[in-house]
Design a protein around this ligand. Structure first.
Ligand code: FES
Length: 87
């Protein structure tokens, strides 16, 4: 199972089953994480900066592309509620 390390979160790397979003994995591990819109891709409060392994994440979703085009999501950032782990 893929492992995900979130800088600043205590504990070991998170197990992320394929198809689960990063936000869901963070919550499943018992951590709190901002998600003001309820994980609907409408707010950007769940954003994460990807430092390594972007190639293992699912493609950008329509909300992420919309925020990138508007300059509200940088190239190395993803919405935790939208991106998942491919492998
Ligand atoms: S929780 Fe609002 S965009 Fe992810």
């Amino acid at each position: 199972m893929p492992l995900l390390t979130i800088a600043g979160l205590p504990g070991p790397p998170l197990d992320v089953p394929a198809g689960r979003t990063v936000l869901a994995a963070i919550h499943a591990a018992g951590h709190d994480w901002w998600h003001a819109c309820g994980a609907k891709g409408r707010c950007t409060t769940c954003r994460v900066r990807v430092l390594a392994g972007a190639e293992f994440l699912t493609p950008l979703t329509a909300p992420e592309l919309r925020y990138q085009a508007a300059g509200r999501l940088q190239e190395a950032e993803r919405l935790a509620c939208q991106c998942g782990v491919k492998s």
